[in-house]
Every structure is written in structure tokens, then in C-alpha cells.
Write a protein that binds this ligand. Sequence first.
Ligand code: DGL
Length: 270
Amino acid sequence: MESSRQSKPIGVFDSGIGGLTVVRALTRHLPSENIVYFGDTARVPYGPKSPQVVREYAVEDTGFLMSHDVKMIVVACNTVSSVAMDLVMKKAGVPVAGVILPGARAAAAATKNRKVGVIGTVGTISSNAYPNAIRQLDPSIHVISQACPLFVPLAEEGWTDHAATALIAKEYLFPLKREKIDTLVLGCTHYPVLSEVISGVFDGKVTLIDSGESTAMEVARVLDEHDMRNSSRARPHVRFFVSDIPRKFTEVGERFLGRTLGRVRRAEGF
Ligand code: DGL
């Protein structure tokens, strides 16, 4: 394969800022790859919206990334991955990876007592995408799901070490603790930021599955399958685009990405 295709960027999109946790995992596992990120900050959150609306947005987000000539697309948003993978694949015409299957595989591999918890937005939990994927891998696994919508604003506020967050986490996660899950899927881009407080509810005794981490490994597999790994020695770039003015994205983004973002541009056409 011609090297120009290999050096094309990977396109990553999310409803907003949360997908930076996936970019963080991607840059850790695939440090030579160029990345174009799109965060739909003008229309976030996707979590409470209907599947129909999320599907429409997903097609537009995919179109934006395709206009940047990406070699593959990563759907970082769990809500989109739950309800719109078919449309994204149709629109993209390049390989596509979502976060559900990699997260489900990691959870099925990790559980010992076959009791897995899944937390996510209302959209992700209502879709049953994670339980369906986990049960397809192993029908004997009991999956307990819980929507945790307040985690998104708490993560964005940076309330990672706050008594109010601990209280809300305890309330949300009580049904999963009662069922004695041994594995918990963080089925939302924002939740890895709160992993300490979430783990604390289970006294550190539950294996947390970060779908972003599992997805990065899946992306590596897809790139190898298509002989698309970037072998160029040029310094890789990560370009950020958002659909609203970039101010908040830049401020909060560092916490999600784990480093400074550099320039963030406003995407045209939104
Ligand atoms: N990115 C979304 C997800 O992973 C969370 C934020 C939102 O509701 O848009 O489901």
C-alpha cells in the first residue's frame, strides 16, 4: 500500500469534550498516528437525545471527518456507538471502530463471577447495546445497567474529588454493588475522569473497564489488518475541531486529554 494512505489521519468524533479520553488512549497506544478530532460542542449532550436525532448528528459528524480525508473513523461517543454504527459505516466508506464491542470484549474477559455492571448515558443504557454485546460473547454473564447522567457535568466541572460526587456515585452505583458485580464498564467518555470515586464505591474491589483503552487496541488491530499503520518518521499531529467557540473545550479538555491541547479550531458547516 502506498505510504500516503498510511500517513492519513485517523478521524475521531464525539458529542463534545469526552472523546478526548479516547484520544488520550489512542496517542498512548499508537503514538505515530496523525489524528483529526471533531467534538460537536454546539449540540452536546447526545446522551439524553432520541436515537433518531443522535443518528442524524452522527452522519453529519462523519461527513465532517471524511472531508479531512481520514483513513479510518473512531466513534468515541458511547451514545453514538450504541445507536448509529450502521449509518456511520455507510457514510464513511473507510474502516470504522466504535467503543461498545471493544468494551464488551474486555468486560467478558475480565469478569470471574459473571456479574458485570454497565454505566452510561440514558441513551446508551436504553439502547441495551452493551448487555446485548456482552451476552452475545457469553450468554451466561448477568449484566446490570445503570444510567448515570449527572456524571457528565460533574466530570466537566472537574469535581473528581468532591463529596457531592462521592454521594451521587454511591446512590447511582448501589444497585450494582448489591448485585456484587466484579467488573464495571465505564460506558461513557466522561467516566474515566471519575474512575477513582467510582472505584471507591466498590472499595477498589471491582475491575473498571475503560472502553477508550479497549478501543485503542481495537484500532491498532484494524490498522494492521488493512496495512494502514503510519510508518512515517514525521512528527505526528493531533488537530482539534469543535462546532461551537473553542473556549470551554480548551479549558476543560486538558483534564480529559492529560496534556495541553494546542490550537482548537471551529469547524465550518455546523
Ligand atoms: N460522549 C457521550 C457518551 O460517551 C457523553 C456526553 C453526552 O451525553 O453527549 O455517551
